[in-house]
Design a protein around this ligand. Structure first.
Ligand code: DUC
Ligand code: ZN
Ligand code: ZN
Ligand code: ZN
Length: 497
């Protein structure tokens, strides 16, 4: 039957182990694992000899079909999830963003309508809080209790940022509900002042973007968010940690016993600030996201080392793509360049290349930071994030030695640009299995539009947050596979023990 699949001879990788076992799948679920399995005749067999079997990637941070900065991101829930699968990611978590005057609940329903019927893999939703009110507070409760939401994102920059008192209240509500608070941490008011000053000085091009948002403004906001969350004992997830200074603040908060998790981006690991290297507007504007890529070329290795040392726990993409004509909305004023880059397709390869191939993280730590930790933090584990009997059959047959060159010419995304253009990556998916269905094989992508489902992310405990439960979730530290590339330079700053 087409519902039965046996993957033979692969090396199964989990967050803390690598072992040789065959995996038998029936109706989208892993049913047996081991050697010499007894399985029904007529089962399709995939030979994975020489390759790893990885839990499918979970991208905890995408913005598909997102109305933002006067335009709409070009990758939608179809091209976005199709591209995810092409790169070995089998689940994404997107962000519901309520429009002005729209309730959280209505926005949530609208995102379900945009995504259901289009997604090629399973997905969940975080919900953004662009304002704070009693109505928002009520909707948060309804979303947690009735709609499978357990994470809310607050902004400390942009027009729709919350002030410190509002953050306090929102964090307090998350804590009561058993949800996790996420923050976009940058000091918005200071950024606005810097931008005004730069524009007045005649700096209007894309180089003004990073100049107006230096990394100390990211670090300051990360620190402030950690301090506020601590007051109300709320677990905190810092999205897109983009700099050494910000990572250091996450490390300090964790060191002080805070329940703080840090996510960095494929973009931050795979490339760095395009401040002066890029002569044409499209190229520089193509690299504009917030917080910005940093000009210091040591940043990517620093952030990868943070992943190795468990200072940071996850990698996302923040995939939010805009074409040339859309980026040109900011041709005369860098503050009008729609913020966002690609990454949902290339994240797995970029993290493998810069992490495992570079000798900074082990294959197990790769699995933790691309899949398992996201599943644990958002309460999807062990349905997602591992290869085990009973788990969903989201599996990637991964060739760690094959090489591919990233290019907008060959990617599956709708966008006309790729920030990793020309990058050679070891680490290529040979087969991608999504809920038991073979979607990629021998270079052929055969996705099924609308076959993905919305997956509930239940709160950890209604009303009473369970610190012991969160402690169990603390991702294990596997450490570097081999001595890291000069990790000692960073160890004094980032030592956690
Ligand atoms: N940053 C981006 O670059 N794009 C989407 C939203 C965000 O915070
Ligand atoms: Zn953000
Ligand atoms: Zn160029
Ligand atoms: Zn984002």
């Amino acid at each position: 039957s087409q519902n039965r699949l046996l993957i033979k001879n692969g090396k199964v990788v989990t967050e803390d182990d690598v072992f040789d076992e065959d995996v038998y799948i029936e109706d989208g679920i892993i049913k047996q694992m081991g050697r010499n399995l007894i399985i029904p005749g007529g089962t399709r067999v995939i030979d994975a000899r020489g390759n790893y079997l990885l839990p499918g990637g979970i991208d905890p941070h995408t913005h598909f079909d997102f109305e933002f900065m006067g335009t709409r991101s070009v990758d939608d829930f179809y091209t976005g999830t199709k591209s995810a699968i092409a790169g070995g990611t089998t689940m994404i978590i997107d962000f519901v963003f309520p429009k002005e005057g729209e309730s959280l609940l209505d926005a949530f329903y609208e995102y379900r309508r945009k995504a259901d019927g289009k997604v090629c893999c399973d997905y969940s939703l975080h919900v953004c809080l662009p304002t704070w009110s009693a109505h928002v507070q009520r909707d948060m409760e309804t979303l947690c209790k009735e709609h499978g939401v357990n994470s809310f994102k607050m902004f400390m920059a942009y027009d729709f940022m919350l002030d410190d008192g509002q953050l306090y209240s929102a964090f307090e509500q998350c804590q009561k509900l058993g949800a996790i608070a996420q923050v976009h941490a940058e000091n918005g008011p200071v950024i606005a002042k810097n931008a005004e000053r730069l524009l007045a000085q005649g700096i209007t091009g894309p180089e003004g973007h990073e100049l107006s948002r230096p990394e100390e403004l990211e670090a300051e906001a990360v620190n402030r968010a950690c301090v506020i969350a601590k007051q109300v004992d709320c677990p905190l997830y810092v999205v897109h940690v983009m700099s050494r200074s910000a990572a250091k603040k996450v490390a300090e908060a964790r060191d002080d016993g805070g329940r703080v998790y840090g996510e960095t981006l494929a973009a931050a690991l795979g490339t760095y600030g395009a401040r002066s290297e890029h002569e044409c507007f499209r190229h520089s504007a193509g690299h504009v996201l917030s917080p910005p890529l940093r000009p210091d070329p040591a940043t990517p290795d620093c952030l990868m080392t943070c992943l190795a040392l468990d200072v940071l726990q996850l990698t996302g993409s923040d995939n939010c793509t805009f074409n040339k004509s859309q980026k040109e909305l900011g041709i005369e004023n860098f503050t009008k360049i729609p913020n966002g880059v690609n990454g949902v397709e290339d994240r797995m390869s970029v993290v493998w290349e810069k992490g495992v191939h570079a000798g900074i993280i082990s294959p197990s730590r790769f699995v933790a930071v691309t899949s398992t930790n996201a599943a644990k933090i958002f309460n999807l584990y062990p349905k997602k994030g591992c290869i085990a009997v009973g788990s969903d059959a989201d599996i990637v047959v991964w060739n760690g030695n094959a090489v591919r060159t990233i290019s907008a010419q060959t990617h599956h995304q709708a966008v006309d640009f790729n920030i990793f253009e020309g990058m050679q990556c070891h680490g290529v998916p040979e087969y991608v299995i999504v809920s038991g269905r073979v979607c990629l094989e021998e270079g052929q992508l055969r996705v099924a539009e609308g076959h993905g489902h919305f997956v509930d992310t239940p709160v950890f405990a209604p009303y009473v947050y369970e610190p012991e439960k969160m402690a169990e979730l603390k991702p294990t530290r596997n450490g570097p596979a081999v001595p890291a590339v000069e990790p000692l330079e960073l160890e004094d700053d980032f030592r956690l023990m």
